[in-house]
Design a protein. Structure first.
Length: 362
């Protein structure tokens, strides 16, 4: 149970971190909706009060609240374009808005009904719990501050027995609001899991589980873009020798199993941080960032050839591959490194296949 809870927190944290810009926009638009609702709700309240003869005059206690809504509306119009993509800036604006909103409503509700327990403010805490999305610490902090404001007004402006009831009401509201936040967090974390599964499927080669061609190129370009001059990167192109012969003589199912076997060999001989992909029918690529001594590179290629040679897939056996390798320390682009590795692969095939060729330039 506890382990699952922490896992959900991790998923939710990942969801927030990956969607900060979208969440910032949603939080800002929620504030706009609250402002609009307050304006419309205020007019409806005044109209109903007048129609039912509850009051026939405007109460001065609403003036600060009206001014506050007006000022935040102007502020929203002025700053929303500059803060809309920043969750940190939107967070500051949201805290200021919701806390000022809470203070105004707490004062109005307490002043007008000092002998009645709080109702509007606890409902407001629920609303904020539902519409404000952020890291768990910040959402909890906002609820604590809102509840503290409610309790402070009750203790200072209401009879003790009513204030005690308000404390219990606000405390229960806080607990329920945390539960609401947890339910929302659970929904968002599950949504994040589903999104990651879809992303993984869109990036993966369906047969081998490695990166597909598009995903491999995008990941490689992303890795290489942050490289400084002098930092080493090595690009491998593996071409399955005589793969057509395997398909023609043993069937496509055996061919597919041979490709899966090749993928497993590559995953065994390269690190988890290396980028490995199937970029064609019988062609694989690997990008390794960081130093790789020549002796280590040669030894790895020989071991991969040995694994293929001794492997048996159904009735097929004695596999091999040609390997073209580009070593680069000049911060070349992916396209440039690919041309060099492809040239090296061509030389490996010309040399009789089942070997590797390393190049640093064409």
């Amino acid at each position: 149970m506890i382990e699952d809870l922490f896992e959900r927190f991790d998923e939710y944290y990942l969801f927030i971190s990956k969607n900060e810009k979208r969440i910032a926009k949603e939080n800002l638009y929620s504030i706009r909706s609250v402002i609009s609702f307050s304006v419309v709700g205020g007019f409806v309240y005044l109209f109903v009060s007048w129609a039912l003869r509850i009051t026939t005059k405007f109460e001065a206690i609403f003036i600060p609240f009206i001014i506050e809504i007006f000022l935040f509306s102007l502020l929203y119009q002025k700053i929303h374009a500059s803060v809309i993509d920043s969750i940190q800036k939107v967070r500051v604006f949201a805290f200021c808005f919701y806390l000022c909103f809470t203070i105004s409503l707490a004062y109005i509700e307490t002043y007008r009904n000092p002998n009645m327990r709080l109702f509007i403010l606890p409902a407001g805490v629920f609303v904020v719990a539902a519409i404000y999305t952020d890291y768990f610490f910040f959402t909890t902090l906002l609820k604590v501050m809102m509840c503290a404001i409610c309790i402070a007004f009750s203790l200072n402006m209401k009879p003790k027995e009513v204030a005690n009831i308000d404390i219990i009401t606000v405390t229960m509201t806080f607990i329920l609001a945390i539960f609401v936040s947890y339910v929302i967090m659970l929904k968002d974390s599950m949504q994040n899991q589903d999104t990651r599964i879809v992303e993984k499927k869109s990036e993966s080669d369906m047969l081998t589980g490695l990166y597909n061609k598009l995903a491999f190129e995008e990941k490689s370009k992303e890795y290489l873009s942050g490289r400084v001059l002098g930092a080493k990167a090595t690009l491998f192109i593996f071409d399955f020798d005589n793969f057509k012969h395997v398909n023609d003589n043993y069937g496509h199912q055996t061919g597919d199993e041979a490709l899966k076997m090749f993928a497993r060999v590559l995953k065994d001989y390269f690190h988890i941080t290396d980028i490995i992909g199937r970029v064609g029918g019988d062609e694989f690529m690997v990008l390794v960032m960081g130093e790789m001594p020549v002796e280590f590179l040669d030894n790895r290629c020989r071991k991969i050839q040995h694994e293929l040679r001794v492997a048996k897939v159904g009735e097929a056996a004695g596999f091999s591959c040609s390997i073209g390798i580009c070593e680069d320390t000049r911060a070349r682009s992916f396209e440039e490194m690919y041309k060099i590795a492809d040239s090296a692969l061509y030389d490996a095939k010309e040399n009789g296949k089942a070997c590797h060729v390393v190049k640093t330039e064409i």
